[in-house]
Design a protein around this ligand. Structure first.
Ligand SMILES: Cc1ncc(C[n+]2csc(CCOP(=O)(O)OP(=O)(O)O)c2C)c(N)n1
Ligand SMILES: [Mg+2]
Length: 255
């Protein structure tokens, strides 16, 4: 069992990573003069918990068969993904600041020009269906141990393809697929239909027989507990809010 000192230092580590992700999201988009810093910042806490404790990926060997897959379904938040890549040492600070420049691998939306990106995202509603395909291949064809993590936006949940994918994940028993919903209450032009009603998202996912949960309290420590169960999401300005999952998920501790 972790001591309170260990717990404090882990919380501090999550906090530091999340802050760096927020700072790098601002720096990159400021340098580019365009992009989506706020969409990136709202998911910083969940990204920090994910990369510090759950994502199993050797970024120096992107072709390694058992590497976890990370799909940023809300691809407009590409600075978040690039800040993650910088945090894990996959790209340099100099490359981070090349966001949206001609010839840069860091395009406005992620593309497989980067070896850790499986698929181009940005057209909302595509990430989870693709994640289902990758998870299915991992389970049925490759018999690989990798997990597939998909970060979704809350406005993106209005896309029917997400719910079709949720149903298929459940049908196929994809316990290697985790959908993380970043609930920041906002879409492109204003509030989402469900706002902060994270219980409604959970109920709908459970209706698809997905294992789902939320972290309804601001604070990164509260985010980590559901993350261990394989489910999470965050709130506005990068505060932890709730998180959730697709497929019949086991506890991450069981993986
Ligand atoms: C299929 C599709 N329709 C519309 C858009 C335009 N669009 C870009 S971002 C966005 C809002 C996304 O909101 P949300 O999913 O909540 O992500 P957030 O920025 O809040 O993290 C929209 C509608 C798109 N990228 N794809
Ligand atoms: Mg949103």
């Amino acid at each position: 069992m972790a001591t309170s000192t260990q717990t404090m230092s882990q919380t501090q580590q999550w906090h530091d990573i999340a802050q760096q992700i927020r700072v790098d999201s601002i720096r990159a988009t400021t340098e580019a003069g365009s992009g989506h810093p706020t969409s990136s910042m709202s998911a910083a806490d969940l990204a920090a918990v994910l990369i510090a404790g759950h994502l199993r990926c050797d970024f120096s060997a992107p072709g390694r068969p058992n590497n976890d897959h990370l799909i940023l379904s809300k691809g407009h938040a590409s600075p978040l993904l690039y800040a993650i890549f910088k945090a894990v040492g996959a790209i340099s600070d100099q490359e981070l600041l090349s966001l949206r420049k001609l010839g840069s691998r860091l395009e406005g939306h992620p593309t497989p020009a980067l070896p850790w990106v499986d698929v181009a995202t940005g057209s909302l509603g595509q990430g989870l269906p693709i994640g289902v395909g990758i998870a299915l291949a991992g389970k049925r064809l490759e018999q690989a141990s990798y997990r597939v993590w998909v970060i979704l936006g809350d406005s993106e949940m209005a896309e029917g393809s997400i719910w079709e994918a949720m149903g298929r994940a459940s049908d196929f028993g994809l316990d290697n697929l985790v959908a993380i919903l970043d609930v920041n209450r906002l879409g492109q032009r204003g509030p989402t239909a469900l706002g902060w009603n994270t219980a409604a998202y959970v109920a709908r996912a459970q209706g698809d027989e997905s294992r789902a949960g939320r972290c309804g309290d601001p604070g990164i420590g509260r985010l980590a507990r559901p993350a261990r169960r394989g489910i999470t999401s965050t709130g506005r300005q990068g505060r932890a809010r709730s998180l959730r999952a697709a497929g019949r998920l086991p506890c991450l501790a069981e993986l």
